[in-house]
Design a protein around this ligand. Structure first.
Ligand code: FMN
Length: 411
């Protein structure tokens, strides 16, 4: 059973593919999930609530203003008492309503009221699918974090019509549900037996005992990666610069201030199977930090003479001994993000670069979301805009996959 005790809320909207959703219910139940079904008014033209309810093993829901249901379960509980909401088929109409935030029937109200992940399986005529309005709605839904599966290309139910618009097959939808729920749960166990070193946060470079040079890194992304790796079963060492975040549980946390202290802690943390350098290490420090507070004088402001800090990523990536099999760097750029990340991959000798746009408009520094590119020797992947936790889980899944190959180093 791949979906034991998972609770799926399945919304069936009014497309010809609705008949396949009855099979989807059966497939989900076979895998241990419980399925609760909502049908739109149009969906009931294609399948009956009786059939859907009989296969699901509990009555199907159809009306927002159903006094019995509202007192019994209520639309808000329907929206929340589940692990995942699946819309299959998702009509052009329901996608438009979701994108616009409408709530004028049970399905759309539940979709607006839910705080659970949503997966849609669009299905419609190819002309409807390629219509600019549908493309706009889809883009909006994806920005809002809604996940999609399909549609596929092929023959339409209407005779003589072909193109992209067929609903994904029930087993494809099941696979997408399994992937999504695995990502939500955290990929438990996939890194067990592996040790992962993570750096996070900024560094502070002393000017004198009270002043320092720093940057705007919050440590949210690095800490999320350490947490996701620990949840995946890894033995994690987190080397953290000064941040306002609590120490994540279940790992060794080493607090440092400066780049030099971070390098020392990282080297002491080796060997490790993989190292992820998410910290925003200051490139420079003051050549001679004052031992006393620098006083304001009539001679004017002091001149700060800077020297380069050690390059932690390159130092570890180029080690002859105890080099982690996978060395992942982060590139925070404000312009030409991918181009600079590629150059950094080559220059530093690391295996992967996670490139993120930290320009002011992106809101990444200190924010909760991140849009990254994963740059490897094999190419560049553009990941969708996600929460920093989602980026962390996706990266951890990739690390686990890479470490599965028992050769060194990983590319
Ligand atoms: C025979 C028939 C088949 C239809 N198939 C689809 C379809 O596959 N996809 C779609 O988006 N709309 C389809 N429609 C149109 C929808 O049923 C219509 O837009 C309806 O208002 C959708 O309501 P709902 O989104 O609340 O379920 C079909 C209509 C008919 C009459």
């Amino acid at each position: 059973m791949t979906l034991p005790s998972k609770r799926i809320l399945l919304i069936i909207s009014g497309g010809i593919a609705a008949y396949k959703s009855l099979d989807l219910i059966r497939r989900l139940r076979e895998r241990g999930a419980s399925v609760r079904v909502i049908l739109t008014k149009a969906a009931q033209q294609f399948v009956t609530p009786l059939a859907a309810g009989a296969i699901a093993g509990e009555r199907a829901f159809t009306d927002l203003f159903d006094a019995v249901t509202e007192f019994d379960i209520g639309h808000i509980r329907l929206a929340r008492d589940c692990d995942l909401v699946v819309v299959a088929p998702a009509t052009a109409d329901l996608m438009a309503k979701m994108a616009g935030g409408h709530a004028d029937d049970l399905a759309s109200t539940v979709l607006l009221a839910t705080d659970r992940p949503i997966l849609i399986a669009p299905a419609m005529n190819p002309v409807m699918w390629s219509h600019k309005a549908t493309a706009r709605n889809l883009a909006q839904l994806q920005t809002d974090g809604v996940k999609t599966v399909g549609p596929n290309a092929g023959e339409m139910a209407e005779s003589g019509e072909a193109g992209t618009g067929r609903m994904a097959e029930p087993l494809e939808i099941v696979a997408a549900i399994e992937r999504l729920l695995a990502a939500v749960d955290g990929p438990r166990g996939i890194l067990s037996g592996q040790s992962i070193l993570v750096t996070s946060g900024p560094t502070h470079e002393a000017i004198d005992p009270v002043r320092y040079l720093a940057n705007r890194s919050s440590g949210k992304q690095g800490h999320a990666i350490a947490r996701a790796a620990a949840e995946a079963g890894a033995a994690v060492t987190l080397v953290s610069g000064p941040v306002k975040l609590p120490d994540p549980p279940g790992m060794k946390v080493i607090h440092v201030e400066s780049a030099r202290a971070m390098l020392a802690a990282v080297e002491a943390g080796l060997p490790a199977d993989a190292a992820v350098f998410a910290a925003a290490v200051a490139d420079w420090r003051v050549a001679e930090a004052g031992t006393q507070k620098t006083k304001k004088t009539t001679a004017g402001p002091p001149t700060l003479s800077l020297v380069e800090n050690p390059d932690i990523l390159a130092t570890v990536a180029k080690r002859k001994t105890d080099r982690p099999r996978l060395v992942v760097g982060f590139a925070a750029e404000t312009e030409r993000v991918v181009e600079y990340a590629r150059a950094k991959l080559a220059r530093k000798g690391c295996d992967w670069i996670v490139a993120n746009d930290v320009s002011k408009e992106s809101g990444v520094m200190g924010g909760d979301r991140n849009t990254v590119h994963l740059v490897t020797a094999r190419g560049i992947e553009a990941w969708p805009s996600q929460s920093k936790e989602e980026v962390a889980r996706a990266l951890v899944a990739r690390i686990a996959e890479a470490l599965k190959v028992p050769t060194a180093p990983v590319k």
